[in-house]
Structure formats: structure tokens, C-alpha cells
Design a protein around this ligand. Sequence first.
Ligand code: FES
Length: 190
Amino acid sequence: MRGRDITSVPLSDMIATLSNKKKNRLPKILEHASGDKRFKILEAHMKKHQFKQDALIEVLHKAQELFGFLEDDLLLFIAYRLKLPASRVYGVATFYHFFTLKPNGKHTCVVCMGTACYVKGADKVLAAVEEKARIKAGETTPDGELSLLTARCIGACGIAPAVVYDGAVTPRQTPEQVLEKVKGWIGHGN
Ligand code: FES
């Protein structure tokens, strides 16, 4: 049996469970999701679980692997696809300590540490940012400018090593390039 695509479930199914503010955001999220490979991989993962609601924790794990953290739009997308109330998805994501919600930093830098990226030097890319920003992966700089995170294969192995700056997947990053990109986000130096 073929799985449903992102657009085939009536929006009204999910919209009925959302607040007005979130209702307005959903079409935009779905549009964005259709062009982001990470959402497609997540979609395939949900399909593997036949979009079952009791696969929620499993799906959240996969989402965190792909994105590095669980931001609002991602949680809404999951709620929509599993036909769960958004409150339930938020509840589970906030209850378990192994899930990371969107970090506090004004900017985010997610370094993919999946196999393809790792063998192409993602560890050196990560180490360069850690050293320059004086934080470890998973932390935010004290001034709140930059949160540094890691992900496990963001579905862009062909352009490894990949880094996601404020949601933009960027190909073939070197330590020099990543430092150039984040230097404006690091308050204590250049
Ligand atoms: S391992 Fe980094 S994109 Fe696949």
C-alpha cells in the first residue's frame, strides 16, 4: 500500500486541534517541508511506522537525529502527520530529558556528524567551532548568540560535510568556512 504524501491528509483534520496562531503557521510549514530533504526522510520514517500514533517517541528520536533539536515547526509537522493534538506532541517532547527543544541561542549551527560527514572531516569542523566559541556541542554561548548542536545524517551525504546555519543546509564545509560563518555570532572574538 502506498503511503500518503504530505499534502494528501486534509488540513482540516489537524487544524481543528490547533490554536489560531498555530493554524496560520501550518500551511507555511508544509510548504517549507516539501522542499527540505530532512522532512522527506522523516516522512519516510513515519510511513515505515504506518503513521501510527504510538510511534511518536520513535519519530521524535528520528526528528532529533535529523535536525539536531526539536523546534516548534517540526513538532507541529509531526503532530499533523501523526494526527495527534499538538499539545500531546509538545508534552512528550518536553517530558523526556533526551529530547532537546529549540535551543536558546539567537543563531544555531548544527554540524552533521553522520558517517559520510564524519569521514569528510565533520569532527574537525565541530572542533573548530567548539574551540572558537568556547562551548561544547549542545551548549549556547553565554551571551545567547550561538547554539552549537550536532545531528546524525541530515540526508545530505552527497555534499558532506554539511552544516546547517539557522536552518540553511550548507555543503562541504571546512573548519575555515564554518569559522567565517559563525564569527559574527561569537561575541568574544573574531
Ligand atoms: S552523514 Fe551528514 S548528511 Fe548524511
